[in-house]
Design a protein around this ligand. Structure first.
Ligand SMILES: Nc1nc2c(c(=O)[nH]1)N[C@H]1C(S)=C(S)[C@@H](COP(=O)(O)OP(=O)(O)OC[C@H]3O[C@@H](n4cnc5c(N)ncnc54)[C@H](O)[C@@H]3O)O[C@H]1N2
Ligand code: MOO
Length: 468
């Protein structure tokens, strides 16, 4: 097997020639040493996984439970435990121009402000005709957007365009391809016609006041189109949750090559667009280094609904997140999760209407925390519907952690999920090629075993749609 370093170098040179499958092969090769934690593989079951303090194991929350806690944390107090109250209802609805409403959720029903169509409309290009043919054809036709045409008299026809107003006393529209004019200029139908044919009557789709969509509907491009057609300039929505990202770590560079023990900040560029894809407005990204005072000031001074910190969640000398949360009297709702990577992640209530998600600094561990804690919390704040859980069989067995859930990057191929390597906590190489994360239960999953999948936002919606 080629050493990954060599292969990576070769791949950069050959990149013009790579097709997608070849590119994926780069992240599907067996990593250098199975069982080395840096590869993301968990070694044979051990009574006490390395790097985990006994007290932390005691506190750590099961992965599914952690997601439930995160989803419920942002519910209005009266609604906790009650599925009947719409999630996010506590947050005062806002009126948002259509151009800014994509991805928000309706906080008021979309009731038609007009009949649709709002006038009797021609469904085809051709002639509006009155009574049975042949017809005398009026010289001047009717186009869409024109003033109301004069009524027709029996035996009369007028050229008409799709979307134009139907003259009074029209009995049908004759399509352009179904009519012929004789030498005397009279119009004949070449097909039988029905009364009312190809006329869209006013109110066919809805009448003013009809409910078109209920509260809780996700504003999709189609909803924007319907709202505009129905007369709306703005829609009433649940406000977009505001998120602030605090990047911790003195070792982080924002440009150039790693040097002298310093590394590039991978989370500053990754988290804001990902948070937007999860429905948040990112109000600020701040780099605070390893400064406990700055962290405390940033958290207490933040007006965001969700503060996301990166790094500093473990027990190192400059891991300030726990001490600062304790100092400001935050309530820890989740303190460690039985999931790999990412087990030191945490969720705290910092103020009445503010939560903090502490993401571990290892980049894939941060993704794990984002999807485990931030995604359900933001979903509730934004009142977005929960995605339907789904499973696919694994094309290959995936080794499990003895006690914890594993989240493993996969690509979807046909009816299978194909696990990717380079899935260690510090690696983004696997996730960058992935369509989803497979949820591998403690103990692992066999080849062919149906496994829950968490879709990555771009795999289903594309970059342009949901990252605005
Ligand atoms: N004694 C223990 N040590 C560690 C434990 C533990 O349970 N006990 N857990 C390990 C695990 S697992 C993880 S994950 C990390 C979590 O550490 P922190 O959240 O405190 O993060 P840092 O120590 O600040 O950083 C860890 C690692 O990630 C790099 N990093 C940090 N920020 C970024 C960034 N924005 N972009 C790229 N890389 C980043 C940082 O340089 C470190 O290499 O703790 C283990 N240790
Ligand atoms: O396993 Mo940590 O939780 O390395 O990311």
């Amino acid at each position: 097997m080629t050493a990954p370093g060599t292969r990576a170098q070769a791949s950069a040179e050959e990149s013009d020639d790579l097709d997608v499958e070849e590119a994926l092969a780069l992240v599907r090769e067996a990593p250098p040493e199975a069982g080395d934690d840096s590869t993301g593989h968990v070694s044979a079951p051990a009574p006490q996984p390395s790097g985990v303090r006994p007290a932390e194991r005691h506190r750590a929350t099961d992965w599914p439970r952690a997601r439930e806690i995160a989803a419920r944390a942002a519910r209005p107090a009266a609604a906790k435990g009650s599925a009947a109250v719409p999630a996010g209802a506590r947050r005062t609805p806002v009126s948002v121009p259509l151009g800014d409403a994509l991805g928000l959720v309706l906080a008021a029903p979309l009731d038609a402000l007009t009949d649709l169509p709002s006038f009797d409309t021609s469904a085809m290009d051709g002639w509006a005709v009155a009574g049975p043919g042949p017809w005398q054809v009026r010289a001047e036709g009717v186009l869409a957007g024109h003033a109301q045409p004069d009524p027709l008299t029996d035996g009369e026809a007028v050229p008409i365009a799709t979307g134009a107003r139907i003259p009074a006393d029209t009995t049908a529209v004759l399509r352009a391809e179904h009519g012929r004019t004789d030498a005397k200029g009279r119009l004949h139908a070449t097909r039988d016609m029905l009364h009312g044919q190809d006329i869209r009557p006013r109110g066919q789709e809805c009448r003013t006041g009809d409910q078109l969509l209920p509260v809780g509907t996700l504003v999709t491009p189609a909803v924007l189109g319907l709202a505009a057609a129905a007369g709306y300039d703005t829609v009433t929505t649940v406000p977009r949750p505001r998120a602030e990202v605090l990047v911790l770590g003195d070792e982080l560079l924002t440009g150039g090559l790693p040097h002298d023990g310093l590394i590039r900040d991978a989370l500053g560029p990754m988290l804001p667009p990902w948070l937007r894809a999860l429905g948040a407005e990112v109000v600020a990204v701040r780099r605070l280094g390893d400064d406990a005072r700055a962290l405390r000031k940033a958290i207490t001074g933040s007006g965001a609904d969700l503060v996301v910190t990166t790094g500093g969640t473990a027990a190192g000398p400059v891991d300030h997140v726990h001490p600062v949360l304790e100092r400001i009297g935050a309530e820890l709702l989740v303190d460690g999760v039985k999931v790999r990577p990412g087990h030191p992640m945490l969720l705290a209530r910092t103020k009445e209407d503010q939560h903090l998600v502490g993401l571990p600094g290892n980049p894939l561990a941060a993704v794990s925390g984002l999807l485990t804690l931030a995604e359900p919390l933001l979903r509730t704040l934004a009142a977005r519907p929960a995605p339907e859980p789904y499973t696919l069989p694994l094309r290959e067995a995936v080794q499990g952690h003895p006690y914890d859930t594993r989240l493993v990057p996969v690509v979807l191929r046909g009816d299978h999920a194909v696990p990717l390597h380079y899935n260690g906590p510090a690696m983004l190489r696997g996730i960058a090629a992935a369509d989803a994360l497979a949820v591998v239960p403690p103990g692992g999953a066999r080849q062919g075993e149906e496994t829950e999948l968490l879709d990555l936002p771009w795999a289903t919606a594309g970059i342009g749609v949901c990252f605005t």
